[in-house]
Design a protein around this ligand. Structure first.
Ligand code: UDP
Length: 195
């Protein structure tokens, strides 16, 4: 089964390797791509927030099962999802790919000291990445303006660590504008990656 619906959210039933192959294809083709890594909290939040559910239904190109709770639910529904695919694992893999290929990366989210630590880590360990933006997630501008600032840097990859649903709201603006980048909300991943 290609898609598995859990409480209104359509999960892609793909292995980590299948996602990797599809994402590489879309990066190569410069296709605008929004990835949502959804855990049970996100499914519950979307059921209480119609605007968030709309983003998951109409704007997301891929929804991965980020949490064993989702995989378990799919088994109970007798439509087992192949594998848990977390935002953090995809993020680390995409950063390695970006380094190998010298891709343009925009990071937004987390506290200022975390984003500074990530900048230092990239300079040290991922020095072939073209870091076109590194902004913390504690800003007052509205999301439309922030989206415009991101677009102007012409990134290949955009990672937003603002928590849900705000990170998906920001990325859905870019997706609707057809920014030719692969975009993913990564929750607390910057905090982990910076350490
Ligand atoms: N965050 C942010 N701006 C905010 C609130 C949160 O950048 O206004 C960041 C926070 O620093 C953390 C990330 O969002 O790095 C994810 O937060 P949380 O762990 O609450 O989200 P989850 O991973 O549970 O979706």
């Amino acid at each position: 089964m290609a898609k598995v619906n859990i409480l209104g959210v359509n999960f892609d039933n793909k292995s980590f390797t299948q996602f990797q192959n599809e994402f590489i294809g879309r990066i190569n083709a410069h296709k605008s791509t929004l990835i949502v890594t959804a855990n049970p909290e996100i499914v519950m939040a979307a059921n209480e927030n119609p605007e968030f559910m709309k983003i998951l239904t109409y704007d997301a190109d891929y929804i991965t099962a980020d949490g064993i709770g989702i995989v378990k639910a799919s088994q109970i529904l007798k439509k087992p999802i192949k594998q848990r695919v977390t935002g953090y694992d995809l993020f680390v893999w995409l950063m390695k790919l970006a380094n190998e290929r010298g891709l343009r990366v925009y990071l937004i989210g987390a506290k200022p000291d975390v984003i500074h630590a990530i900048q230092a880590k990239i300079a040290r360990d991922y020095s072939d990445i073209q870091l076109v933006g590194a902004e913390d997630g504690y800003f007052n501008e509205d999301l439309e303006l922030v989206a415009y600032q991101i677009e102007r840097t012409e990134p290949d990859l955009v990672f937003a660590a603002l928590g849900s649903p705000r990170q998906e709201q920001l990325l859905s603006i870019l997706r609707k504008n057809l920014l030719p980048a692969l975009m993913m909300g990564v929750g607390g991943s910057f905090d982990v990656f910076s350490g």
